[in-house]
Design a protein around this ligand. Structure first.
Ligand code: AMP
Ligand code: ZN
Length: 473
């Protein structure tokens, strides 16, 4: 049975959805003011494995929401600087995030709301008004605050000592006056030049925390939802505040399980934009690495352990993935009756399946799961060398690796990358047109150069009576 570590209880607990077979899962998404870095993607890739595990190991259906934080100080400042409306500013960053997520094999969640979608802003306003009716808020100069002293459970998730609570880096410490520095803003009064909305709260814009509470409950239904997840830095104050808001408004528990992913580090420091030690997926690709290798690297350690990013680690990830793909290619060549019959391969597959399932069910231990895959690859290579593998066994090994990969999502990603031409199709087509034009003006040297350059990059041009076609080497 699947066990997940629950930050709320600080224990591993057996997991099953509360209602029927559907897991209602909310993960805090990116703030869309820049290209997400690979530290952010550690969290999203690990949570993608959680999603895949719930589906393929747990046998559950998943209803997942991942939000885009498209209104906060950073997006507003960015839009102002670019001189464009907020949604025009955030749109390309949302698109970039979707492209990178797809390149990393992250499955598309059922819901990807933006905070500024009108139904979401309405839901936030309604939640704030409910909190107001329940006596959890106060107003100052058009802004609305959550009064922490009205919520005695505050600090339960982060295990805070209420007296010793400090304003953390992400607490809204700003020029608005608060009764207690620990109180946080729900709705910020409109300021000149900033976007603002009014669905009953008075003109202004939402605070960051209210966005997630309102969207989670609007899109996933009655609380408690099954799992709420994010990076470990979100435990406090973001998730603590989400709990206060959601439970203060509904008088029900907000989420049953809280799952938090540890950080990606670079040379001993957390990867973050403010430190300036970030890499994007584009930068990884520019160094000649495939997204599949990055996904592999991000899964090579348990999600609750810190992981240090290095280029040597990227090389090792490429190499490790190549070993799996090479083994699959060798299996394709297995034909006819084996030279010597043995049940070794069948036993090895059964053992690997058990090892893999045990690892993933133990709070998503992807490191141990990958070790199971590698034990299988090593043993199968040895069995092929010994001529012991029958075509039926080869098919069983392939099937086992395919099943593992439904959870890990690395091998299929690598195969998709391999099938894609090494030069973008639009560029191939443009170069083919240029070559055609060169031939028409009888500049055969130029035409040949284009053909040779493409061949060097792995794309072959074939001239037929019907026209020119391209194929990969
Ligand atoms: P943000 O766009 O800053 O709201 O962050 C999006 C997600 O990335 C959040 O769940 C963060 O906790 C997570 N995150 C940020 N930095 C890192 C890091 N270095 N390693 C892992 N996750 C991170
Ligand atoms: Zn959130």
């Amino acid at each position: 049975m699947l066990r997940l570590y629950n930050t709320l209880t600080r224990e591993e607990e057996p997991f099953a959805p509360a209602r029927g077979n559907v897991v209602r899962l909310y993960s805090c998404g990116p703030t869309v003011y820049a290209r997400a870095h690979i530290g952010n993607f550690r969290t999203f890739v690990c949570l993608d494995v959680l999603r895949r595990t719930l589906r393929h190991i747990g046998g559950f259906d998943v209803r997942q929401a991942v939000n885009y934080t498209d209104v906060d100080d950073k997006t507003i400042a960015g839009a102002e600087q670019a001189g464009v409306p907020l949604r025009d500013y955030t749109e390309p960053w949302i698109r970039a995030f979707r492209d990178d997520a797809a390149a990393l094999g992250i499955e598309t969640p059922e819901e990807t709301p933006r905070a500024t979608d009108e139904p979401n802003l309405r839901a936030m306003s309604e939640m704030i008004l409910a909190l107001e009716r329940h006596g959890h808020t106060y107003r100052r100069a058009g802004s609305i605050y959550f009064r922490i002293s009205t919520f005695p459970q505050y600090g339960r998730l982060a295990r805070l000592d209420r007296e010793g609570m400090q304003d953390g880096a992400r607490v809204d410490v700003d020029e608005y006056s608060k009764d207690d520095p620990r109180d946080f803003v729900l709705w910020k009064a409109a300021r000149p030049g900033e976007p603002s909305w009014d669905y009953g709260t008075g003109p202004g814009r939402p605070g960051w925390h209210i966005e997630c509470s309102a969207m989670a409950l609007r899109l996933l239904g009655d609380p408690p939802i099954d799992i709420h997840a994010g990076g470990i830095d979100l435990i406090f104050p973001h998730h603590e505040n989400e709990i206060a808001q959601s439970e203060g408004a509904t008088k029900r528990d907000f989420a049953r399980f809280w799952v938090h992913v540890e950080h990606l580090f670079v040379e001993g420091e957390k990867m973050s934009k403010s430190v300036g030690n970030v890499y994007t997926l584009a930068e990884i690709a520019a160094r000649g690495h495939r997204p599949s290798a990055l996904r592999y690297l991000l899964l090579s350690s348990h999600y609750r352990k810190q992981l240090n990013f290095t280029w040597v680690g990227m090389d090792q990830a490429e190499e490790a993935l190549r070993r799996i793909v090479d083994c699959l290619a060798r299996l394709d060549d297995v034909g006819g009756a084996p030279a010597s019959a043995s049940r070794r391969t069948t036993d090895v597959v059964t053992r690997a399946q058990q090892q893999f399932r045990d690892a993933i069910e133990a709070d998503l231990n992807t490191a141990a799961a990958l070790a199971a895959v590698f034990d299988l690859v090593r043993d199968v290579n040895a069995a092929i060398d010994a001529g012991e593998v029958s075509p039926a066994e080869a098919a069983a090994v392939r099937q086992a690796i395919e099943d593992f990969d439904r959870v890990l999502g690395v091998v299929s990603l690598r195969q998709t990358e391999d099938a894609r031409p090494p030069v973008p199709v639009e560029e191939i087509e443009r170069l083919m047109q240029e070559r055609q034009a060169a031939r028409q003006r009888r500049d055969f040297a130029a035409a040949d150069r284009i053909r040779r350059d493409l061949a060097d990059r792995g794309v072959l041009l074939e001239d037929n009576p019907g026209g020119t076609r391209w194929k990969t080497k």
